[in-house]
Design a protein around this ligand. Structure first.
Ligand code: FPP
Ligand code: MG
Length: 258
């Protein structure tokens, strides 16, 4: 994971050079290169390798997924959404650059993500590139991330059902990650801001719909373990050596500490 994260970081650094207009590129780079875990791009590269491709084929999509994830966090932290001060162990984008710039930095990263896949993917058929762009679009739009975020925001302070909570997670997080996100809400309850690098206890304070709220921390962790087991069973169909990084990733996501 560390080697792949380094490869991804280098590609992201090159994808957003510090150029005119300086302020917007500084803001984009501030959040994009803030040292995220790079779970999504690593998952993308490992999935490509699982089916016989090499990392150079997947790197444009891997970077695009991280650009989209970063922009969604910049917007999620805005005062009109979760109003957060801390992200990836640093002050949030709007705290440093102001709200107008943070909105635009998110917009620019979202546009760049699609441009990057179209312009930088090589040795892949045009049909597959178009399919990847269409899938990315549907994962982030009003039937994906945006659908999850609007349902999450409208559910604050209300009593939600388990199926509505699952809808929020599937759309807000799993559409892009295609994996379980239960652990994130458990960590919000059990860890400190210093350990997480972002504000802990936020979900409780805003009375957010979360798994710990609905079923308690212990049952939420059991569910995360069950989902990770299920993910690992799916990998049994593939050649063990190629599937090994994804086994590790599933385990890492379910048992991570921040
Ligand atoms: C963090 O959730 C937020 C997300 C996973 C996605 C937020 C989505 C948007 C703001 C829509 C963005 C728009 C497009 C077009 C992609 P959280 O608040 O539960 O987690 P946190 O504790 O890390 O803030
Ligand atoms: Mg948030």
């Amino acid at each position: 994971m560390a080697t792949k994260a380094k490869y991804v970081n280098k590609a992201l650094d090159a994808a957003v050079p510090l150029q005119h207009p300086m302020k917007i590129h500084e803001a984009m780079r501030y959040s994009l290169l803030a040292g995220g875990k790079r779970v999504r791009p690593i998952l993308c590269i490992a999935s490509c390798e699982l089916v016989g491709g090499d990392e150079s084929l997947a790197i444009p999509v891997a970077c695009a997924v991280e650009m989209i994830h970063t922009m969604s966090l910049i917007h999620d932290d805005l005062p009109c959404m979760d109003n957060d001060d801390l992200r990836r162990r640093k002050q949030t984008n709007h705290r440093v650059f102001g709200e107008e710039t943070a909105v635009l930095a998110g917009d620019a990263l979202l546009s760049l993500a699609f441009e990057y896949v179209a312009a930088k993917t090589t040795r892949v058929s045009p049909e597959s590139i178009i399919q990847a762009i269409a899938e990315l679009g549907s994962a982030v739009g009003s039937e994906g991330l945006v659908a999850g975020q609007i349902t999450d925001i409208c559910s604050e302070g209300t009593q939600v059902s388990l199926s509505k909570l699952e809808y929020i997670h599937v759309h807000k997080t799993a559409k892009l990650l295609e994996a379980s996100a239960v652990v994130d809400d458990v960590l919000d309850v059990t860890k400190s801001s210093a350990e997480l690098g972002k504000t802990a206890g936020k979900d409780l304070a805003s009375d957010k719909a979360t798994y710990p709220k609905l079923m308690g921390v212990d049952k939420a962790m059991k569910l995360a373990g069950k989902l990770a087991d299920h993910a690992m069973q799916e990998l049994a169909y593939f050649e063990p050596a190629r599937a090994a990084p994804l086994y590790y990733l599933a385990d890492h996501i379910a048992n991570r500490q921040n």
